[in-house]
Design a protein around this ligand. Sequence first.
Ligand code: SAH
Length: 359
Amino acid sequence: MAEEISSKVFEAHPMNGGDGPNSYAKNSIYQRRVVDIAKELMNKAILEKLDIDMSNTFYIADLGCSVGPNTFYSVENILETVRSKYQIQGQKSQISEFQVFFNDHAENDFNMLFKSLPQNRQYFAVGVPGSFHDRLFPNASIHIVHCSYAIQWLSRVPEAVVDSSSSAWNKGRIHYSNSTDEVIRAYETQCSEDMECFLHSRAQEIVYGGLIILTIPGRPDGTPHSLSQANMTLQFLGSCLMDMAEKGDVSEEKVDSFNIPMYTMSPQELKAAVERNGCFSIEIMSELPHQSITNTISLSQLLASHLRAGMEGIVKQHFGEDIIDELFDLYQNKCEENASIFKLGKSLSFLAVLRRIAD
Ligand code: SAH
């Protein structure tokens, strides 16, 4: 009998689909700007570090692509850079075609993605459902993997944090970052297991000399979890849910059993994971310049709209639809009230480019 490709079940929390006012498509400008800022370094890495035996078809995969439009922008940039690299090297005739694999959980709004594929695209598009914590592609079949603002999602909530008999029970909070050492350790362990699965799978799928390009919402090395701005946004959400529990709008037990499977890595943690895996060299690990996109809307509006586009699904799954509007209104107020605390936090986006080295 043929070997099963995947038998594992993964948690999936897709971004808001469609193109309505709360959709990811309309509320992901921050992520788009990160790709913009990373572009120059990314292109340099492709020009200088990609080192593969050429074939007629070049294969690119975007993991955690969501619904667009950011993914289209990223893959077009990669494609253009690869094309110019081989033109410069006088090998134009060799790559004649590009195939792009758009990956996300099966629950992602792939219809929206397919419907909005650019009409003038220069690649064959394929949707690949499944978790990037597992195998997605055949052996040695991919030249470049891109994954932007997605690796922070863990494959699941660590079991101990929802077990009331465990010392790592995360009562009254929805995230590890403002919690006990036990809870922090449970999340750290989950992240390191997940990175092992991610890198192990990619090591089999990427050709020698091929690249993984990651942009990551991170935490500066040495910064406590509680002072990372990415984490603070989730602490505020937890605090809104506790306010609602106090008013009796949601039950406290429901809040106790709710945790967000997200982890904000530091560059050092990623480096350690890559070294443990041993199949990739680190070609670039670089902090990206800070971006300011709050010229037209306030910081609290931006945080609320982006958080809602990403978190509405997971909140709805646990608490039901009725609390959503109230929760995100409260959230925007909470961000306004805590703006000065938030500004004391540290934020970091970073780019990592890894190259598959020969075994
Ligand atoms: N890369 C896009 C989307 C980022 S949002 C951009 O930059 O705009 C993060 C996406 O990662 C979501 O669509 C989510 O469903 C997806 N994701 C999270 N964990 C995943 C996993 N294990 N496998 C595949 N996709 C995942």
